[in-house]
Write a protein that binds this ligand. Structure first.
Ligand SMILES: Cc1cc2nc3c(=O)[nH]c(=O)nc-3n(C[C@H](O)[C@H](O)[C@H](O)COP(=O)(O)O)c2cc1C
Length: 348
């Protein structure tokens, strides 16, 4: 039996997970994904003040059961928020024992190992540790220092924040797989499960990533088009309208600066849909004037996105495959079934 089937016994394979998108993927969306046989991650991000309420709500919304005394859901943290976030979260993690805890974007080298140790201690090892990385070097470093249960391999097409410099999944995933396999063999330690992330918007991408070495996939952008996502209609419509993500999305820091998000470590940027803010910046508009226009657009509500829109619209390069709004449970089942079909797993 695979580690995924043992650790998350309510799930079906290949595993489909929704990314812990801060402020967007809350207990409602995460619970729906778990209830559909996937794994939902609540995006707690950098602020633990909502953690107890989100986990309490999830507990009442979840209809699936985990056999190992855990809550069948995950929680995602952004480590650059530092020690106060960890200390505020540990008692709640100990109490609720989510099946998975997702760690991303440390600002100091030893943070991942520290968080891993403390969370394992607090939950008696019941909450499995997922660490998202974007390079082969990071994968090797994290496996050596933390021995995570799961490595989420994030390719450059991913929506939202990721490394400004990293490869696409098609080359990154097999190279990570080879490097981690050989490291774990040489150290005689168990190999973490690999899960793919970045540009996977339907079952074909998920199937391809399993052929590259993953046991499942994390999707963010696709779930922006579901009623359970906590985002405005204007943002959602901009996601539905976008296509050809290689030219109509880009990763960078401009949107972070204008929306006032200033805490990310320097090596990260956010991938979003290009709009007037970006095009005016490229045409030489001063940042001061761009900020003024951005702030003005903030006052226009949903009209701040869309045609002539200026507001931040984080989404990945797979955005062109996102065509309609569907319930999160339907997305989860549809993507999984498409992947199974592509892999001819329906016979198994
Ligand atoms: C709108 C949005 C917000 C995100 N926020 C977070 C976050 O708070 N924490 C995190 O670890 N990853 C976050 N991510 C990145 C995801 O973990 C994941 O790598 C990505 O969504 C996968 O690529 P995809 O969007 O093409 O499916 C976010 C992604 C999106 C699209």
């Amino acid at each position: 039996m695979s580690a995924i089937a043992t650790d998350y016994p309510w799930t079906s394979q290949p595993l489909i997970a929704v990314a812990p998108m801060r402020l967007i993927c809350l207990s409602k969306l995460a619970s729906e994904v778990s209830n559909a046989g996937g794994l939902g991650f609540i995006g707690i991000g950098s602020d633990a003040s909502t953690l107890e309420a989100e986990l309490t709500q999830a507990k009442s919304q979840l209809t699936v059961k985990s056999s190992n005394d855990t809550l069948p859901i995950g929680v995602g943290f952004l480590l650059w928020a530092g020690e106060p976030l960890l200390q505020a979260s540990l008692p709640l993690l100990a109490n609720f024992r989510p099946a998975a805890v997702w760690l991303f974007a440390p600002s100091q080298p030893d943070q991942l190992a520290h968080w891993t140790t403390e969370i394992r201690k607090a939950t008696g090892g019941k909450s499995k540790i997922w660490i998202q990385i974007g390079t082969v070097a990071a994968a090797v470093g994290v496996v050596s220092s933390c021995q995570p249960d799961v490595l989420v391999v994030q390719g450059s097409d991913a929506g939202g924040h990721g490394l400004e410099e990293c490869a696409g999944l098609i080359s990154l995933l097999p190279e990570v797989d080879d490097a981690v396999t050989s490291l774990c063999q040489s150290k005689s330690v168990p190999k973490p499960t690999l899960i793919a992330a970045g540009g996977l918007s339907d079952g074909r991408g998920v199937a391809a990533s399993t052929l590259l070495g993953a046991s499942g996939a994390v999707l963010g952008t696709r779930y922006l088009a579901c009623p359970e996502a906590n985002l405005t209609k204007g943002y959602q419509n901009a996601v539905l309208a976008a296509s050809d993500g290689g030219v109509n999305t880009a990763r960078g820091k401009l949107y972070d600066r204008l929306r006032g998000t200033k805490d990310w470590p320097a090596e990260y940027g956010g991938r979003g849909i290009l709009n007037k803010t970006w095009h005016d910046h490229k045409a030489g508009l001063s940042e001061e004037e761009n900020q003024r226009l951005y702030d003005e657009a903030m006052q226009r509500g949903d009209e701040g996105w869309g045609d002539g829109g200026r507001l931040t619209t984080y989404a990945g390069a797979g955005v062109g495959l996102v065509k309609r709004v569907q319930p999160a449970s339907e997305i989860t089942r549809e993507v999984r079934e498409e992947a199974r079909k592509a892999l001819k797993m329906e016979r198994l």
